[in-house]
Write a protein that binds this ligand. Structure first.
Ligand code: ADP
Length: 542
């Protein structure tokens, strides 16, 4: 039997229409360099998005051509998020923290035709622009000198001038909901970055899941502080979620240090926020050094991208009344795939065990665990396997068909290894490329890192596997101590003793001023392993 429902496509234009008509007075509030906040309503965003779409059309953007952004989190970037996919083009968010070589590779691979760039990032774009073969137009926000970007055959224009005087409505085309809306590249910790193309449908459904009560529970009474960059995995869906729910967006622009963030929280009083654990770690240190700072407006803080230390969640909850909720996902999963919100019925102890897990899948996402031989592993909370996922907002192929071994009969192989309990709560133990295999048994680098991060003298801890004659591999703990703190390897080893199996205890230790990080702020273990192999790390053996 045929359904009798209308065939109305799920598109970003539908999200924009809803946001601007139902919630016209909801606001995007962007931090300015002088500490003030620039405000635009959703009605303003809709008008300016229409103007941007007209301007892009007039400068030749047709069909599904790629329009790139090189921008921080601000109102203009929200306008690009609305205008570009809704007109049928594809939004490609570029990460300013990538190396020039990576930017060039990605922009050419995506065949970007236009780049919208924040004035403050124009010098970075200028350095790579001569190598971006397909780019015809560059649109620059803010009041900056455009001359350094000018060259033969390139149209360089200021954003406000670009959109000025254009019609304030746009007849958004009726699009196939399966067509591409936006592109993101994985940060390429292994090999070249790989492109993921989100569809209109996946974007819509993912945003609904983000809003749901058991997701981030976003309502029209909320204000969302989106610290997670809009160039990284769709800002975790927070922008479209705000438009759907009618929540305000509080945008930090490029001011991502703890001090301006805490100031922004105190003045704008967001109720929801999203950022990786290192940001909250920095915020915590700032709060400890500056008692009296007010972050009490925050109800729910979504945190993920790497494992969230339990003590961080507990301190925020007990001392500041802020609930940090761990979520798990990746660029390929839009990214929200699982979230750690335990049922209210569990004991206090189980509550914290589940809060420290990577959560259970949100409706729409299915998870399974698979061993090295391709067999499914039982969900008994103990057996370990690679996590595989499927669902309407999970990547089924990379742009250009690269790396087909990442897909297994309709499932995405995440490269994350972990356990799953009988209610589908997953606990990650490692990434396949980072696992430490010692004497044929696995040691979880993630578990050791989380425990070490709980030591009061430790600012950052990361654990890598290094070659060992007897055991093939042994863990090397790389530690950054807190300012003024003094701790020895033996003390740290004693701290771990009793918390993990004896043979997990690292005998190799290394103290460094800083752990190398990837472009999205994760510990770069590939670099650390290379430094160790080159003898560049001073290792203490105990
Ligand atoms: P990249 O894969 O290049 O690091 P992503 O941002 O897509 O970039 O990272 C996804 C990965 O981040 C996941 O596969 C997982 O290893 C890690 N990750 C994400 N959320 C969590 C979490 N809550 N706990 C532990 N690891 C996480």
């Amino acid at each position: 039997m045929q359904s009798t429902m209308m065939n109305v496509p799920l598109t970003t234009a539908a999200i924009l229409r809803h946001g601007s008509r139902v919630h016209p007075t909801a606001r995007v509030r962007t931090m300015q360099p002088d500490g003030s906040v620039k405000v635009g309503t959703f009605a303003d965003v809709a008008r300016r998005s229409a103007q941007l779409a007209h301007a892009l059309r007039d400068c030749g953007v047709t069909g599904d051509e790629r329009v790139a952004t090189l921008m921080w989190n601000n109102q203009e970037h929200v306008e690009a998020y609305c205008a570009v996919p809704s007109m049928g083009a594809v939004l490609h968010t570029l990460n300013p923290r990538l190396t020039p070589e990576q930017l060039i590779y990605i922009a050419n691979h995506a065949d970007d035709r236009v780049v919208i760039v924040d004035g403050t990032l124009a010098p970075l774009l200028g350095a790579v622009l001569p190598h971006l073969a397909g780019v015809r137009t560059v649109v620059v926000t803010g009041a900056v000198d455009l001359a350094p970007l000018q060259r033969e055959g390139l149209n360089v224009v200021a954003y406000e001038e670009f959109i000025a005087g254009r019609p304030e409505t746009f007849d958004w085309p009726e699009l196939d909901e399966f067509s591409a809306a936006a592109m993101c590249y994985t940060s390429g910790t292994t090999g070249n970055p790989k492109g993921v193309a989100y569809s209109h449908r996946s974007t819509y459904l993912h945003s609904m899941a983000a809003c749901a009560a058991d997701g981030l529970s976003v309502t029209g009474d909320d204000a969302i502080l989106a610290i997670v960059p809009m160039f990284h995995a769709n800002a975790w869906g927070l922008v479209y979620a705000a438009l759907i729910a009618g929540a305000d967006l509080v945008m930090p622009d490029r001011f991502l240090q703890a001090e301006p963030l805490v100031r922004l929280i105190a003045s704008e009083r967001p109720t929801i926020a999203g950022a990786v654990p290192t940001i909250w770690n920095d915020v915590l240190h700032y709060l400890e050094a500056n008692p009296g700072s007010d972050i009490s407006s925050l109800g729910l803080v979504a945190c993920g991208g790497s494992a969230v230390p339990l003590h961080l969640m507990q301190i925020f909850q007990e001392k500041y009344g802020v609930q940090i909720v761990q979520a798990w996902g990746m660029t390929e999963t839009s990214p929200l795939a699982a979230i750690a919100r335990p049922p209210a019925s569990v004991s206090e102890e189980e509550h914290w065990t589940l809060r420290a897990s990577q959560g259970r899948p949100v409706a729409g996402v299915e998870l399974r665990l698979v061993d090295d031989e391709g067999n499914e592993v039982p969900h008994d909370g103990e057996s370990v396997g690679e996590i595989q996922v499927r669902g309407p907002w999970i990547t089924g192929a990379y742009v250009g068909g690269e790396e087909t071994d990442k897909f297994d009969n309709g499932w995405l192989r995440t490269g994350d290894v972990g356990r799953m309990d009988d209610r589908s709560f997953i606990t990650l133990t490692d990434r396949t490329k980072d696992v430490i295999k010692s004497g044929g048994e696995w040691i979880s680098s993630v578990e050791l890192e989380l425990l070490l991060a709980g030591h009061p003298a430790v600012l950052e801890a990361t654990v890598i596997g290094v070659p060992d004659e007897k055991w093939q591999e042994r863990p090397l703990a790389v530690i950054v101590t807190r300012e003024g703190a003094d701790v020895t390897p033996s003390q740290l080893r004693d701290f771990l003793d009793g918390k993990v199996a004896k043979w997990w205890l690292p005998e190799r230790w290394c103290f460094v001023p800083e752990v190398p990080k990837t472009s999205v702020g994760k510990f770069d273990k590939k670099v650390l392993r290379a430094q160790h192999a080159a003898g560049a790390l001073t290792v203490v053996d105990i």
